[in-house]
Design a protein around this ligand. Structure first.
Ligand SMILES: Cc1cc2nc3c(=O)[nH]c(=O)nc-3n(C[C@H](O)[C@H](O)[C@H](O)COP(=O)(O)OP(=O)(O)OC[C@H]3O[C@@H](n4cnc5c(N)ncnc54)[C@H](O)[C@@H]3O)c2cc1C
Ligand SMILES: NC(=O)c1ccc[n+]([C@@H]2O[C@H](COP(=O)([O-])OP(=O)(O)OC[C@H]3O[C@@H](n4cnc5c(N)ncnc54)[C@H](O)[C@@H]3O)[C@@H](O)[C@H]2O)c1
Length: 507
């Protein structure tokens, strides 16, 4: 690395937020140093989006093959090769990884330093013994999976989203703690592979941030795939079958031989969990998916005057500036929504504010999110629970009336737009195949203040799932035509037209 007394901008953390922040800063010509303590690409590439969506794709392929007789396609023996499915997961990660290699970043003007960074003062960092001076810093150190504090948790190897991708054998019985996005996505994929999966969820419904109807549809879909969903409960204690120190091969973690995982006592990952209502659920593997904790524990943020909240998140204002005006933060290390797209977007905002002195602020009105279960749940803007309080009107299209859904035999979902009095789209929920793809249009509409007339007046290709968005907008426009001043105007225009037509006839 080039030696300098001071770097114009240092970015700590090479995940989604840090990568976008450093590339943005370098594109403005700033001397940019990116410090990464582990692997460039971060959670999204190595332990989050990419492996989970690859696992889901493998499980979908299996389910489609099994359901093919419905479409008149007979497949004799549909078999799972779990080790091959996991090879697909790792191959996807390694295919994407080179995009963010130090060599590619260097071409973009970003210098990469490997090592763990911590603050030594308001304008200095230490990376593995090396002092680094900075003009400004963007903290993008992300988060790590939280592990619950439960009696006996040390007696068993608890999988998390950081380690589950190293499984080489399918656990026969899997307990998933937590019914958020991580829990639902992985539980469904593993159940489709053939694991007997139980979700233990503290909340009263899965995916609690989504509309209750969306939660109910996802729960029914998971149950149809064989998942047992226990809501309103949590683990009280865990007991491992063995001594808890089984080696990696016996646990089916890394380097195993791919055999179906059947560990007896002493295996280290099997055991039983006792819930707070006394229910006992035995397992061959247990996955904690109860949220994430920010990576600020060893950052020595206080030495730089950076304020943390009670949960350890870096406190930022709407411009993503911390309590130290030279230090900014973006991504999962902040209390903002934890998604790759928000990490990237906010990384770009932090970098442009830091380097160019702009006053860009984060947009919290149109943050889309998609849970990639089958069916997918996509939502953006205001959710249904808050709609009534804000006087919004819901326009809902059931997918049983969407031709593409009928053609694909996937009619269980719905598309709902939440619209204000003037026809402005303020929120949406889509439950169904490719909901995430249909959501883009609604996100644009909300962020640009578009109305249902704008969507209704835009030709949409047929037959697509985005037809449902179009039809919901058309339904809103039609309903408005029958109301108030619009009704008066259309009635007057129609009468005028009829009068003119009558006069033409008389000529
Ligand atoms: C199972 C799972 C599935 C997910 N699926 C999706 C999805 O489908 N869509 C979506 O939008 N989001 C998804 N997410 C969330 C998404 O992965 C995160 O929101 C996103 O990756 C956060 O990016 P980040 O840059 O803030 O943090 P990270 O990606 O965690 O990057 C932080 C980086 O900082 C490094 N670091 C930490 N401390 C230091 C230090 N002191 N010095 C140097 N380096 C340091 C770390 O090694 C890491 O590489 C998923 C998450 C999980 C767990
Ligand atoms: N498709 C996506 O975009 C995607 C996918 C996965 C993860 N993510 C991101 O990753 C983050 C973490 O996801 P997550 O699912 O781990 O967290 P989460 O916070 O979304 O959900 C965890 C759930 O577990 C429950 N819970 C907490 N402690 C529990 C306990 N001891 N026992 C049982 N239940 C318990 C909580 O009530 C909560 O609803 C999310 O914030 C999300 O933004 C996004």
């Amino acid at each position: 690395m080039e030696e300098r007394a001071e770097w114009e901008l240092v970015v700590i953390g090479g995940g989604s937020a840090g990568l976008v922040a450093s590339r943005t800063a370098a594109s403005f010509g700033a001397d940019t140093l990116l410090i990464e303590g582990d692997r460039l690409g971060g959670d999204c590439l190595w332990t989050g989006c990419v492996p989970s969506k690859s696992l889901i794709a493998a499980a979908s392929a299996l389910t489609i093959a099994r359901n093919s007789p419905h479409f008149g396609v007979e497949a004799d023996a549909v078999e799972l090769d779990f080790a091959a499915a996991m090879r697909h997961v790792h191959s996807a990660m390694h295919t994407i990884a080179p995009v963010d290699s130090p060599e590619v970043l260097a071409l973009a003007g970003v210098e990469v330093l490997r090592g763990h960074a911590r603050f030594t003062g308001p304008r200095s960092l230490n990376v593995e013994g090396r002092e680094i001076g900075f003009g400004q810093v963007i903290i993008a150190t992300g988060g790590s999976p939280a592990v619950p504090k439960i009696d006996g948790i040390g007696s068993v190897e608890v999988l998390t989203s950081a380690t589950v991708w190293d499984l080489t054998a399918l656990p026969e019985r899997l307990v998933v703690l937590g019914g958020g996005a991580v829990g639902c996505e992985i539980a469904q994929a593993m159940a489709r592979f053939g694991s007997v999966v139980t979700i233990v969820h503290r909340g009263d419904r899965l995916l609690v941030k989504e509309a209750p109807r969306a939660s109910a549809i996802v729960q029914a879909a998971l149950e149809a795939d064989g998942v047992t969903v226990l809501t309103g409960r949590q683990a009280a204690s865990i007991s491992g079958d063995g001594d808890g120190d089984g080696d990696r091969d016996r646990r089916g973690l890394g380097g195993g031989d791919g055999d179906r995982d059947r560990r007896g006592p002493g295996g280290g990952r099997s055991g039983a969990v006792t819930l707070d209502d006394g229910t006992v659920v035995p397992f061959d593997a247990i996955l904690a998916a109860i949220g994430r904790a920010p990576n600020t524990g060893s950052l020595d943020a206080d030495r730089a005057g950076v304020e943390l909240d009670e949960a350890g998140n870096v406190v930022v204002n709407a411009r993503l500036r911390t309590a130290n005006p030279r230090i900014w933060a973006a991504g999962d290390v902040t209390p903002l929504p934890k998604f790759t797209h928000t990490a990237g977007m906010n990384g770009s905002i932090a970098a442009s504010n830091a380097v160019l002195g702009l006053f860009r602020t984060i947009d919290s009105t149109a943050v889309p999110r998609v849970t990639f279960t089958h069916p997918e749940v996509g939502s953006v803007g205001i959710v249904q629970a808050d709609a009534a309080a804000q006087g919004l009107i819901a326009r809902t299209i059931e997918h049983e009336h969407v031709d593409r859904a009928i053609a694909e035999g996937a009619i269980g979902g719905y598309t709902q737009l939440l619209v204000d009095k003037r026809g402005k789209i303020r929120g949406a929920t889509i439950v169904g195949p490719r909901a995430g793809e249909s959501l883009g249009e609604v996100s644009l509409a909300i962020s640009r203040g578009l109305t249902t007339s704008d969507i209704a007046g835009t030709t949409h290709a047929y037959p697509t799932f985005s037809d449902a968005v179009w039809n919901a907008a058309v339904a809103d426009v039609r309903a408005r035509l029958n109301q108030g001043a619009t009704k008066v105007a259309t009635t007057a225009l129609r009468r005028l037209r009829r009068w003119r037509l009558r006069r033409w006839r008389l000529r």
